[in-house]
Design a binder for this molecule. Structure first.
Ligand code: ADP
Length: 191
């Protein structure tokens, strides 16, 4: 069974929601870099303070910070049997670092699930979430910047996993349960 997954997709594509559901069904933890940063921010740690200045501008937190955080998280006992990575890797350099971290443990990624969604729907979803969750990076200019960063830095990653034969592309438009079903079906078909 596939137990080590990478979730790809633009902000607002439902990675967080689907990541939680997928991880629960597999019995593995979700490792969300955005979530880990927000946790550090709310606790006011030095890492959180540094991350905040990038996040509120829609920029990626520097790789040295992010990679160390992920390496650390993956070394915890609950990640030994698998995990769903949400928000990592987010640029080509991070793919290389993840490969290294996994190789050190003789682990590998079993599939990369990419959620696709038209841009106008994404902006609509994020603006709605802004009202509900009041995330500091859910304002329209920052949303636009996050999308630009996604296209420039994160989208090329899908190609890498595609070349490795690991990419599963899912239509992210629809009801939550419907999308969950699409993901499990696609992963089963791959097995
Ligand atoms: P979204 O996918 O909606 O943008 P996330 O919670 O995944 O939300 O990420 C929020 C912010 O956290 C990003 O805009 C970025 O600043 C930071 N971040 C998350 N993951 C990474 C990463 N792998 N590398 C660098 N920065 C990251």
């Amino acid at each position: 069974m596939k137990r080590r997954l990478v979730l790809l997709g633009p902000p607002g594509s439902g990675k967080g929601t689907q990541g939680e559901l997928l991880a629960a069904s597999l019995g593995v933890p979700v490792i969300s870099t955005g979530g880990l940063f927000r946790d550090q921010m709310s606790r006011g740690t030095p890492l959180g303070i540094e991350a905040k200045s990038y996040m509120t501008q829609g920029q990626l937190v520097p790789d040295r910070v992010t990679n160390d955080m992920v390496r650390d998280r993956l070394s915890q006992a609950d990640a030994a049997d698998g995990c769903v990575l949400d928000g990592y890797p987010r640029n080509v350099a991070q793919v290389g670092v993840l490969d290294q971290i996994l190789a050190e443990r003789t682990w590998r990624i079993d599939a990369a699930v990419e959620l696709r969604l038209p841009e106008d729907l994404i902006v609509e979803r994020l603006l709605r979430r802004a009202v509900l969750e009041s995330r500091p990076d859910d304002t329209e200019p920052v949303i636009r910047e996050r999308l630009a960063v996604y296209h420039r830095q994160t989208e090329p990653i899908a190609q890498i996993y595609q070349t490795r034969g690991l990419l599963v592309t899912i239509d992210g438009d629809g009801l939550v349960e419907e999308i969950t079903r699409r993901i499990s079906q696609a992963l089963r078909a791959e097995a």
